[in-house]
Design a protein around this ligand. Structure first.
Ligand code: ASP
Ligand code: MG
Length: 454
């Protein structure tokens, strides 16, 4: 069942082709942390000096935590608080100009004009009432972060003697109109990426473009989902048959677990596409989960490298080379366990499961784990906005539901009994599933349970 839900949409990616890769062309993605302030942008320019004269497409995220700030703006506007929306937008504009001044000394006129034009477009949005769809308004506003950062990076690279051209990713990445989670229209995107990128590279410039954003065929801005810039870079890599893609991060590569949560993590030198998909899907936040598939389909290697130690090789993700892996742990927070049983106490039969999955799909519940017994069906889902409530309301006539929130989903690949035990310590396991290579556990901290009951 689960496979149907996930792969139905992934099939849109054109399958394996025998096209040759262009070994001279690389796609680099710089995330928000790598361009968070003037010093960081200078560091990126230094890294790129090493690649001067090479064919490069540079995909950037919004600077630092800009996207979070813009989410506040979008929410305020949608809830009718235009004053707050304007205030937050002005703060962001001022912070942007402070960074620009630090970078350039004096603000270049064309950069100031570009940034001001972008900000004014959003101020115009505020003159009208919100649309019917929050997701639509969100995309129009939140896309500002990448549009601004890419202008700044382009201007600074030129200032540093690196020929570069700003490219609007919305002319290239075409999606359907699922706002906040646009689904890429591959044939159209492929044709447009080639059409817009190739002339710039042939003229000897680097391309600088935005992650995260795209456009419908009617020219409405869409976004690809939070943290989607990695995916954008993979789309460019796929469409251009890039020789490789690199994600530049503040960690030395892919680690066996999140160093913010665990001690004794080690860096992996190599990882197969398959392992990378398994781990990122279940919350290893190092790469956006949609990133791997387009690369795998064309055997484009993905490097995860550190912008702090750029000379180090990082981790290479490529085809399976029969590697043996240590235990790897991913933790996904904000999970909920939804227990579903029939109102008439009948067995949960196939036709029930079909009906449940129809509603799971329409409410965009993301299922991370599931199990059934004769009279109940259990799913662990991401607890996002009001999706669970909407789902429960839809099935209310036929099914009883109970929801247990505030859980973590722990996924261990290549587990050992010791690692499993250590992960369970201090926690109550509400649901566990085991396969030969993978254990998943939906757990609650003991302290949380005690606090609630006490
Ligand atoms: N700026 C977007 C976000 O923070 C996309 C990204 O960084 O990948 O979600
Ligand atoms: Mg990011």
């Amino acid at each position: 069942m689960r496979a149907l839900v996930i792969f139905a949409r992934q099939n849109f990616i054109p399958p394996n082709t025998s096209s040759m890769l262009n070994a001279d062309l690389n796609i680099f993605k710089f995330g928000g942390a790598s361009i968070k302030d003037a010093a960081s942008i200078r560091n990126v320019a230094n890294i790129l000096q090493e690649y001067k004269g090479q064919q490069l497409v540079i995909v950037v995220s919004a600077m630092g935590k800009t996207t979070n700030a813009l989410e506040v703006v979008a929410r305020a506007y949608y809830e009718g608080n235009v004053e707050l929306a304007n205030q937050r937008l002005t703060e962001l504009r001022n912070a942007t100009f402070t960074t620009i001044q630090e970078l350039f000394g004096e603000t270049p006129d064309n950069l100031a004009a570009a940034v001001n034009d972008l900000v004014v477009t959003i101020e115009w949005v505020f003159d009208d009432p919100p649309s019917e769809s929050y997701d639509y308004d969100y995309d129009q506003i939140v896309s500002l972060g990448e549009l601004i950062s890419s202008h700044i990076v382009t201007a600074y690279l030129r200032h540093s003697g690196l020929p570069s051209v700003w490219l609007d990713a919305r002319d290239c990445i075409i999606t359907d109109n699922t706002y906040r989670e646009g689904w890429v229209q591959w044939p159209e995107t492929q044709q447009r990426v080639k059409q817009h990128v190739t002339p710039i590279l042939e003229a000897g410039s680097m391309v600088v473009t935005q992650g995260f954003i795209g456009s419908t065929t009617e020219n409405f801005t869409t976004t690809l989902g939070r943290e989607g810039s990695d995916y954008s870079a993979a789309i460019f890599s796929f469409c251009l048959d890039a020789g490789s893609m690199s994600i530049w991060k503040d960690v030395p590569g892919v680690l066996t677990a999140d160093p913010r949560i665990f001690e004794n993590v080690t860096k992996l030198d190599r990882l197969s596409y398959k392992e990378a998909i398994e781990m990122t899907y279940y919350g290893a936040s190092v790469i956006h989960p949609k990133t791997i598939k387009p690369l795998q389909n064309k055997s484009i290697p993905l490097h995860v490298r550190s912008f702090v130690t750029p000379a180090e090789p990082g981790t290479e993700i490529s085809s399976d080379a029969g590697d043996v892996y240590p235990p790897m742990v991913a933790v996904e927070k904000e999970q909920a366990l939804v227990n579903i049983s029939t109102r008439d106490f009948s067995f949960v039969a196939e036709h029930h499961i079909r009906e449940l999955f129809e509603h799971i799909t329409t409410t965009r519940l993301q299922v991370n784990m599931m199990q059934n017994t004769a009279i109940s069906f259990n799913v662990v889902v991401n607890d996002i906005d009001d999706r669970i409530e909407r789902f429960c309301a839809l099935i209310e006539d036929d099914f009883k539901t109970t929801v247990d929130r505030g859980l973590e989903l722990i996924t261990i690949r290549h587990y050992t009994p010791e690692v499993r035990e250590s992960m369970r310590r201090g926690k109550v396991t509400l649901l566990e599933g085991r396969l030969p290579l993978t254990i998943q556990m939906a757990v609650k901290e003991v302290a949380v349970i005690a606090r609630k009951e006490g």
